[in-house]
Design a protein around this ligand. Sequence first.
Ligand SMILES: NC(=O)c1ccc[n+]([C@@H]2O[C@H](COP(=O)([O-])OP(=O)(O)OC[C@H]3O[C@@H](n4cnc5c(N)ncnc54)[C@H](OP(=O)(O)O)[C@@H]3O)[C@@H](O)[C@H]2O)c1
Length: 337
Amino acid sequence: MRAIVQSGYGSVDDLTLGEVPVPEPAPDEVLVRVRAASVHPDVWHVVAGRPAVLRLMGSGIRTPREQVPGTDVAGVVEAVGSAVTRFEPGDEVFGETVRGVQWRNGGAFAEYATAPEEGVALKPSSVSFEEAAAVPTAGLIALSNLPRRRVPAGSRVLVNGAAGGVGAMAVQLAKVYGAHVTGVDHTSKLALVGSLGADRVIDYTSEDFTRSGERWDLVFDVPGNHSFREIRRALDPRGSYVLIAHDAFGATGHRWLGSIPRVLGLVARSAVSPQLRGGSFAAPDKRALMGTLAGYLEAGQLRVVVDRTFPLDQAARAMRHLMSGQPVGRVVLRIDD
Ligand SMILES: NC(=O)c1ccc[n+]([C@@H]2O[C@H](COP(=O)([O-])OP(=O)(O)OC[C@H]3O[C@@H](n4cnc5c(N)ncnc54)[C@H](OP(=O)(O)O)[C@@H]3O)[C@@H](O)[C@H]2O)c1
């Protein structure tokens, strides 16, 4: 089959189109004929091998263990493993190809990919393959960090980085829960944030929300460009802070451990700061989370705006477009027949 191949860690420009064998599904996996695959920042991390710690976390020390990048697919089930019970050939599905929470190549940038049954859901017919492919990783991280129990109806929620893959999901989830949502992002992306349902938008190029004098019940922070001391100015004393952390394609310079030390620092501090409690380190129940995301998509409560699609052989161009910071919406590879 045709697939994008990454032979070493480095630049997205080294990604090439090659021929590799069609993967065999394990007993608990489905084989998907891929129609679309999402281009998102975690793909860049594994292509670049940065932060270096991901190489010790199963991605492969010197070279990537799995040569085909990508983690999110939408397509048609071609075959199922012997233990699969929920899907059959011909089903239109979307899902994440890596197991649990793993930082590694998942083989999505290819004509066929395998995915564990637990990370896959039926694709609602109202949603295109391109839209569905953009959901899994971003949706899973947003939903697992922003469960309904954290957002009582009427809460004031601020999403920093609201136009990005994760932020756009968080804005819409908070609206589903009945929150009043403020979205912060770049000037060029504020119309998108408003169209996703944010009640208010803040342009980070001209306004610092931590100095506005306002307070929110929950701050969902994707870029993590403020210290917790600054964030506390904008947080209700009984409020809570959720940090996702964005490395901005290496621009923050944490080559070895990325945002891990900062996240661990916040975990330690949660012993004395109630605003940092409420998260969970339990392994996500992906089957339940994917089911919830599929339900919201079907009901029209979750929408995906696709900025641009690229054919499979232009994966490097698609990655460069993502890294330019220009996309207003998601970047997706489409795999034509
Ligand atoms: N996407 C996923 O599937 C996923 C899953 C798990 C973890 N993560 C992690 O989460 C991070 C974010 O992912 P993402 O897909 O949401 O990235 P993204 O699509 O690049 O979104 C980041 C957003 O934050 C905005 N931003 C940058 N600086 C800002 C600032 N100072 N204030 C407010 N907004 C700012 C960006 O706008 P400008 O670029 O225009 O400034 C962009 O709209 C990644 O580093 C990734 O490793 C992502």
